[in-house]
Every structure is written in structure tokens, then in C-alpha cells.
Design a binder for this molecule. Sequence first.
Ligand code: 13P
Length: 370
Amino acid sequence: FSIRANSYTDELVQTAKSIASPGRGILAIDESNATCGKRLASIGLDNTETNRQAYRQLLLTTPGLGEYISGAILFEETLYQSTTGGKKFVDCLLDENIVPGIKVDKGLVPLPGSNNESWCQGLDGLASRSAEYYKQGARFAKWRTVVSIPCGPSALAVKEAAWGLARYAAISQFGMLVGIFPSKNRLAFIVTKLSSPDKARLHQFLDNGLVPIVEPEILLDGDHPIDRTLEVAEKVWAEVFYYLAENNVVFEGILLKPSMVTPGAEHKEKASPDTIAKYTLTMLKRRVPPAVPGIMFLSGGQSEVQATLNLNAMNQTPNPWHVSFSYARALQNTVLKTWQGRPENVEAAQKSLLVRAKANSLAQLGRYSA
Ligand code: 13P
């Protein structure tokens, strides 16, 4: 017996593989209530639970979404919500063969002793929360922390971001198993004393089995050139993988959500999709083992078309991993504008979601042209 051979390891690997399946990517709709409020305000709607539910219903009931979307990241409120007709959102996703996911971090707060940087909260109680999310149907998780180039980044902020991600990833995969038994030998000894059914029950009780999406977002803000982003990204991912390994995370059962390597948003020169692809893939090849099944990029404030073109450029040559998308804004901007909160616009808004989802699906296959 070893931690790596537990009953959920195969399931973790399987879940990660099915999310990283050809021509598909992730729809990120896990905005916190505060962030969702900002999106709703942009079309003149109040930030009420009714409006958030109506918007998420529009997205999650889009007919045919599963052709292009393999996973959807939800905020906790959405995981427990249903359509106005009474169908659980989780079931809407499963009917489209889309894996439900859940944002588990508790957001960013100032990091004392740093250069005005932040750290990401949410490890307290994470094992039991994750077990509850699993019961509710979630099979993957997301934890987003950020690194700011204009703020340094300080060595402290990078270390904290990397360590937090690694602890979260270990807890998502193995939950209380890791927390309760500090020593693997002790655990192995106890397990040898159990009958097979009891072993199975122990795993059911202790394991969480959520595939962790590892997301250290390197913010686009700043006037730095692309080489500086490359340097910072290499540093950040080196530390992330160092601590993931130290925490015994199974690399075959994680997904990454990196930022693309671009010049700072305020830099005088823009980079072409080919340049962004070249820099981003160079960084990933230097830092990410091929055991990782999928790289699911965030859009980070790029326009819808830019995000698609950049993804397409990255899929012009074979990669060691599935290179795809996990976009929020770059999938939702036109949807929101089309919807305007009006029931008569729902169908048109859903069609606009399918247009972006299909474009990114083609980009995942390297076959998109604008
Ligand atoms: P954007 O694609 O809007 O950057 O969002 C990414 C994200 O982390 C949401 O899950």
C-alpha cells in the first residue's frame, strides 16, 4: 500500500485526462459574488442571487456546450443552485459530459512584510470543504493566487504563492489522508491491519479526489518587456513544481492554469501571437514535466479574439501536454453584452457563447482562423 496507489488516484488521473480532451477546454464562471456583481453592473443589473442564478443558468444550459467545453468551474453558490425549472446545475453539466469544478480559495489579502503584494487564503478547513464539494458532484478544484511584476515580485510573495498552491493541491487530491496521518509509514501500518471493505471505507472517508488546477496568475499589469515576464514566470513555476513535489502531489492528476507570457499591458510594443506562443512554450517546456496532462490558460484581460489567436498559435506544433483554455472573460464578454439581463436575449447570448467556445475549440486543435 502507498498513498499513490489509493482508490482515487486512478479517478484523479481519469478526470484530468477527460478535462484535457482534444478540442475541448474549460468554461470559467467561478467569479466570487463581488466579481460577478461587477460583471452584472456592466449591463445595469443589481448583484442579487436571482440575477446571478439567471446568468449562470443562461451559461450552463447552453445546448451543445459539451462539444467544446470539458469542464466548468463554479463558485460555491452555483454548485448548490438549480435551474428555475428545478434541475441541478451539476446535472445540466453532466448531461453535456462536462465535469463540474469548484473554486476553493478564499481570495486575496495583503501579504505583510512584502512589497504591497498579496497572498491567497483558504487552507483552513479545506479538506472537509473539499469532501463536501465532492459529494455535491465537483471533481476538480481551482485555487488562484497572483504574482505582480510591477511590485517586484518579492521572493517572499513568490514563495508564499508556490507553497499555498502546493498545500492546496495535496489537500485536493488526498484531503484528510495527508492531514490525519503525518507519516506515510504509520498510515501504511494501520492500513495493513484492515480488511478490504474497511480499507475501501477508509478511503471513501479520507480522500477528496478533486483534480487541482494550479493557478499562479502572473498579472498582465506593468510596462515591462516580454523577457521580464519570461524571467518571472520561470522563477514562479520553478518554485511551484519544487513544492508540488515536496508535497507528494501526483503530477498526472493536476492541471495548470498559467498566464501566457506577454509584455506588460502598458508596454509600448505589442507582441504577435507567434511571439507570445514562442515565449510561453519555451517557459513551459523548461519548467513543466510532461507527466502533467493539461495546460489550461487563463485569458487575463486579453480580448476574446486575442486569447483565441494566441491559443491557436501555441497549437501549431505538437506539445508534450494538451494546451487549451480555461477562460472567463474571453468566453463571457460578448455573452453579457448580448444578454443585457433580458429573457428574450437568452438564446442569442447562448449562441454567442457557442461561437467563442467553438473558436477556442478550433484553436486547441490549431485550426482557428479569425
Ligand atoms: P480570465 O480568463 O477572465 O482571466 O479568468 C481566469 C480565471 O482565473 C477565472 O477562473
